[in-house]
Design a binder for this molecule. Structure first.
Ligand code: SF4
Length: 305
């Protein structure tokens, strides 16, 4: 177990915003394994929030069950730790009730691509105004390394020691098939790229899907840090790549074995989000949460006596 102790390095280029960054730090004891990608993911998220000027009291975080969920008390802000696979559904309710706060949900590949996949599908279709971060470490880490829907075929895991039979899902390819308004991918070894992607996701007004390819040195030895560094490339490396072309976006994510592109893969920044499309909210300037009134139901109940 370790405590956050590398704050000086992380503060280096945040200049006058260091004070905001420090508000995101907590004193809770970290329980992630040494070398876990969750350290960098959370640090990059704190950096992005700081650089975009978000104070912790304007953020509502939703965490799923899993190793990523153990970060729920390691970040300043309002946090909700939900049931397995259900972080998105709770977050969707919150962002519709109060679009004036930034809602950020996180989940692992185990929860999100299996029992919670229905919530992912319909959150994308509805384009709820929130950020969702998929921590894809290719296994169920918290329950000691069982295969998930993204574990590479043939790789031996706890519970499937002879090797996984099914082919793995490619989450961002799946998401692009649902016509999302924002889809991005980054890698837990690259804090700079993650920070950049998170900043763009925070500025997006609809459902921003961000897949982070996360190293899990304890249980995922199939795709360690070096495996990714040998394969990652950036959308900026593609000549004239524009993220507003869905067909091209689908083409560049097909290959996730040799050339793994990072960055904003697709964005439709003009699309109206769920709240903007609601007919009964047109021309209303208050948020639903501001219209909550307490009223007695005694009179109503009397009608049924
Ligand atoms: Fe991180 Fe893997 Fe350890 Fe979980 S099991 S804390 S994902 S290294």
């Amino acid at each position: 177990m370790a405590k956050i102790n590398d704050t000086k390095i992380l503060l280096k280029d945040l200049s006058e915003k260091k004070g905001t960054y420090l508000k995101y730090e907590t004193e809770e004891v970290i329980t992630w394994c040494n070398g876990c990608g969750n350290y960098n993911i959370q640090n990059a998220l704190k950096r992005a929030l700081t650089l975009e000027g978000f104070e912790p009291d304007k953020i509502l975080f939703f965490f799923d069950i899993g190793c990523n969920g153990n970060g729920s008390d390691k970040i300043g802000g309002y946090t909700f730790h939900g049931l397995h696979g259900r972080a998105i559904s709770a977050a969707a309710g919150a962002c519709v009730a109060n679009p004036n706060i930034k809602v950020i949900a996180s989940g692992g590949d185990g929860a999100t691509m299996s029992e919670g996949i229905n919530h992912l599908v319909h959150a994308i279709r509805n384009d709820y105004p929130m950020v969702f971060i998929l921590h894809n470490n290719h296994n169920y880490g918290l329950t000691t390394g069982q295969a998930s829907a993204t574990t590479p075929r043939g790789f031996g895991m706890n519970g499937s020691p002879d090797g996984v039979i099914a082919d793995p899902m490619n989450p961002i390819e799946f998401v692009l098939g649902l016509n999302p308004s924002f889809a991005a991918r980054s890698f837990s070894g690259d804090i700079k790229n993650m920070t950049d992607v998170f900043r763009k996701a925070l500025k997006h007004k609809g459902f921003a899907f961000v897949e982070i390819l996360q190293v899990c040195p304890t249980y995922n030895r199939a795709t360690p840090q070096s495996w990714y560094w040998d394969r990652v490339k950036y959308t900026s490396d593609i000549k004239n790549y524009k993220a507003d072309n869905l067909k091209k976006a689908k083409e560049i994510v097909e290959d996730f074995e040799k050339n793994i592109y990072l960055g904003v893969i697709y964005q439709d920044s003009k699309r109206e989000n769920f709240v903007e499309k609601l007919p009964n909210r047109k021309n209303i300037t208050t948020a639903s949460v501001e219209e909550v009134n307490y009223c007695s139901i005694e009179k109503l109940l009397k009608e049924f006596e």
